[in-house]
Design a protein around this ligand. Structure first.
Ligand SMILES: [Zn+2]
Length: 340
C-alpha cells in the first residue's frame, strides 16, 4: 500500500509530472487545436509508455489523462459517446503503471470553457461535468484529485466542492495567464488562501508560465497559506516581455503557442534548477507541465536528491570520446573544430 499524498507531503517534496497532452500531440496521438486526449482509447500503449517514462524519471504521481476529456470538449470532436469509456480507461492506465513503481494515481479535471462568472446557470453545467468525470474516476480507483489550469477562482471552487463531496484530498491549482490575478479578479495568493480555507489540501499554480516568471509568484502564495503548495511551470523560457507561453513570439513575429514553442524549451539543467529553487521557497509539490519530457523530470528528481530508475542512464560525459580526460590524441586534434 503506497503512502497517501498527505503522508508523502509531510515526509518531503512530492514530484509531479504532467504535460501529457502536449507530449502525446508531439508524438502524433492527439490533435492540436481541440487537444482532446483521444489517445486514451485509440492508442493506450502510447499513453502507458509515457506514464512509464515519467514513472522511471521519478514522478510520484501518475495523473490520469482526463484533461479535456469532458463533455464539452468531446462534443467538439464528435466523441461524446466515448466520454465514460475514455474517463474510465484513463484512470485504469494510470493505475496500471503507478502500480509498477508505488506511485499514486490522481484523478484530473481542468477548466471547462463552459464557466461564465456572469451566468449562474453555467455553475450547474460545470458541476455536472466534474461530477460525472470524477464519479467514474472514483469507481476506477484514484488516490486524490488534481483540479488544474483554473482561470477562474469561481470554477476552481466548484471543482473543490465536488472533490470534497467525494471525500478525497484536493489539489487545486490556478493557471497564471494574467499578470497577477485570476480572470474573476482575485490576486493569485488570495485565491489560493480562499481555496485552502474552503478545504483544499494543496493549492498553487500550474501551466502557462516558465520557471523564470513563475518563481516570483511563489513567495506570496507560500505566505498566504499553511497547507501544501504546488507549482508546476511549463519548461519554456518565458520572460518579462513574454511572461506566459501564450505570449511568446517566434523570430518572424508569429505566435509560438501552442505548436511552435520548441525553440523556447528549457534544458534539463534549467528545470533542475527550478526544482531546487521551488523547494527552497517552500513548495511541497514540485512539478512540470506542458512541454515536459522525461529528461526534465529525471533532472528535477536528481536535483531534489533522488536516485530514480532512469538514473541508471543519467549522463556520464566523462565517458564521451571527446570530453573524457584521457581523450585519444587522434580525437583531441578535432576538439578545436567543436569550439569554433
Ligand atoms: Zn500545462
Amino acid at each position: 500500500m503506497p503512502l497517501s499524498i498527505m503522508d508523502r507531503l509531510r515526509a518531503g517534496t512530492v514530484l509531479g509530472a504532467e504535460g501529457y497532452v502536449f507530449e502525446l500531440e508531439r508524438r502524433g496521438y492527439i490533435k492540436a487545436g481541440p487537444f482532446v486526449p483521444e489517445v486514451v482509447l485509440d492508442y493506450p500503449d502510447a499513453l502507458r509508455e509515457l506514464h512509464r517514462e515519467f514513472l522511471r524519471a521519478g514522478a510520484d504521481v501518475m495523473v490520469a489523462l482526463t484533461y479535456y476529456a469532458h463533455r464539452e470538449k468531446l462534443r467538439d470532436v464528435g466523441r461524446e459517446g466515448d466520454l465514460e469509456a475514455m474517463n474510465r480507461q484513463a484512470v485504469r492506465l494510470a493505475r496500471e503503471v503507478a502500480n509498477e513503481g508505488g506511485a499514486l494515481v490522481a484523478g484530473n479535471v481542468c477548466n471547462t470553457w463552459a464557466y461564465d462568472p456572469d451566468d449562474p446557470a453555467t455553475r450547474h453545467v460545470v458541476r455536472a461535468m466534474y461530477a460525472e468525470q470524477l464519479g467514474w474516476a472514483v469507481e476506477e480507483g484514484i488516490d486524490f484529485v488534481i483540479s488544474e489550469t483554473n482561470d477562474y477562482l469561481g470554477e476552481a471552487l466548484i471543482a473543490l466542492e465536488v472533490i470534497r463531496d467525494l471525500g478525497l484530498p484536493a489539489m487545486v491549482t490556478l493557471a497564471p495567464t494574467q499578470p497577477d490575478q485570476t480572470r474573476d479578479g482575485y490576486v493569485y495568493a488570495e485565491a489560493c488562501r480562499i481555496l485552502a480555507a474552503e478545504g483544499a489540501q494543496v493549492v498553487g499554480l500550474n501551466c502557462d508560465r516558465g520557471p523564470r516568471t513563475m518563481l516570483p509568484l511563489i513567495g506570496g502564495i507560500r505566505e498566504a497559506v499553511d497547507c501544501a503548495v504546488a507549482v508546476q511551470p511549463v519548461p519554456y523560457r518565458t520572460d518579462e516581455t513574454a511572461p506566459t507561453m501564450q505570449t511568446l513570439r517566434s523570430s518572424d513575429g508569429s505566435r509560438a503557442f501552442p505548436i511552435a514553442l520548441d525553440p523556447f524549451t528549457c534544458t534539463r539543467f534549467e528545470m533542475a534548477r527550478f526544482a531546487s529553487q521551488a523547494s527552497e521557497l517552500g513548495v511541497d509539490y514540485v512539478g512540470i507541465c506542458c512541454g515536459a519530457g522525461p529528461h526534465h523530470v529525471r533532472a528535477m528528481a536528481e536535483a531534489l536528491g533522488r536516485e530514480v530508475p532512469a538514473s541508471k542512464y543519467s549522463p556520464s560525459m566523462d565517458l564521451h570520446p571527446m570530453f573524457r580526460a584521457d581523450v585519444a590524441a587522434k580525437d583531441a586534434a578535432f576538439l578545436p573544430t567543436w569550439s569554433a
